[in-house]
Design a protein around this ligand. Structure first.
Ligand code: COA
Length: 344
């Protein structure tokens, strides 16, 4: 037998629960209504509302980047959780609109809020981003590596929107949301189970082709509009409905739950017709589906956490309630999570 030359300290402990102890959101002040959009492109309030359910969206000011929106959402989440910035061990930001390629948005938010003890990174899973990030944080927490995490979705989608493309520019908006997630003894609640899926074969249906290493920024990429999102709306619609429905059913089955057991379902806030189509397939009552997309449009990675924060602040959730988060985005990526509410 080889002689032991070290005294390895086993850091990982028994699994812990990852519990959301506070949330916050920040939506830019500027409201862009459907009527105002109708003066910019050939559309109408009637067309947008009947096809999407969206009435208005928020647009960040030219001085505001995603980290500014995220930092304000983070401050509100920390106040809500009664946690100090220096208690945060980890910041993970879901975004497709980072301020810049480097440094990451998490580090920029860290600096803005003074969370100097955290390690920080971004993830890119498009509109599924927040749920992916929440699961990543919850894995760090459950295995004992991290005690307190700040999880954000922060987006300035207006800067990757072609304001001449009427089939796309009516759908999106800017905003940020944040959750403080902390370790609690096993059995407390929090993130119970998450399923995350992807299918890269469908990537072409929703993409932002320019500005990366495939098509680095150049006069050409700018003149061809490659820095704007491109989407096949009809195809995305179909996949969003089937993917979100199936992953929601799978996570419910995995947890031994029925739709009736859920207090709230928080779907990605893309389009009211998508939410209704999921409702037809998944079941449950209309009042179980929380929707605020009429006010904000699709805020990509921010959408689920912004909706969860609003639901919490409007007292739709109490301790012990079960919430289903379900999202879908470019990639394609999709995911569903069951969260037991322990806050408030
Ligand atoms: N205003 C007026 N007319 C518009 C328009 C607008 N803003 N956008 C498109 N149209 C027109 C089209 O040009 C088309 O005209 P045509 O028949 O003369 O060619 C007509 O409306 C129908 O277009 P179509 O694309 O078939 O509409 P739709 O019913 O599929 O609705 C979306 C379009 C984009 C609203 C819908 O496909 C959708 O919601 N897709 C999912 C998008 C999404 O949520 N993406 C993010 C997922 S994370």
């Amino acid at each position: 037998m080889t002689k032991k030359t070290h005294d390895l300290k086993r850091i990982r402990t028994t699994p812990l629960d990852a519990v959301i102890i506070g949330t916050g959101a920040y939506m830019p002040e500027r409201i862009l209504t459907n009527d105002e959009l109708s003066t910019m492109v050939a559309t109408s309030n009637e067309w947008i509302e009947s096809r999407t359910g969206i009435r208005e969206r928020r647009i960040a000011s030219p001085e505001q980047a995603s980290s500014d929106l995220g930092a304000e959402a983070a401050r509100r989440a920390l106040a809500n959780a009664r946690v100090q910035a220096d208690e945060i061990d980890m910041i993970v930001v879901a975004t497709i609109t980072p301020d810049m390629g480097l440094p990451n948005t998490g580090c920029l938010i860290q600096q803005k809020i003074g969370a100097h003890n955290a390690f920080c990174f971004d993830i890119e899973a498009a509109c599924s981003g927040f749920v992916y990030a929440l699961e990543i944080a919850s894995q760090f927490i459950s295995n004992g590596t991290v005690k307190t995490a700040l999880v954000l979705g922060a987006e300035k989608i207006s800067c990757i929107t072609d304001w001449k493309d009427r089939s796309l520019c009516v759908l999106f908006g800017d905003g940020a949301g944040a959750a403080v997630v902390q370790a609690r003894p096993a059995g407390t609640g929090g993130v119970i189970h998450t399923i995350m899926r992807s299918d890269g074969r469908l990537g072409d249906l929703l993409m932002l082709p320019g500005g990366g290493s495939r098509h680095p920024a150049s006069h050409d990429t700018v003149s061809h509009g490659l820095h704007y999102m491109k989407m096949d709306g009809r195809e995305v619609f179909k996949h969003a409905v089937t993917c979100m429905t199936s992953v929601a059913k799978d996570v419910l089955t995995a947890c031994g739950l029925k739709v009736e057991d859920l207090k709230l379902i928080i779907p990605h806030q893309a389009n009211m017709r998508i939410v209704k189509a999921i409702g037809d397939r998944l079941g449950g009552k209309p009042e179980q589906y929380f929707v605020n997309l009429d006010k904000y449009g699709n805020t990509s990675a921010a959408s689920v956490i912004v909706a969860l924060d609003e639901a919490s602040r409007k007292n739709h959730l109490k301790k012990g309630d079960l919430v289903l988060l379900v999202a879908f985005g470019g990639g394609f990526t999709w995911c569903a999570s069951i969260v037991e509410w322990c806050h408030g």
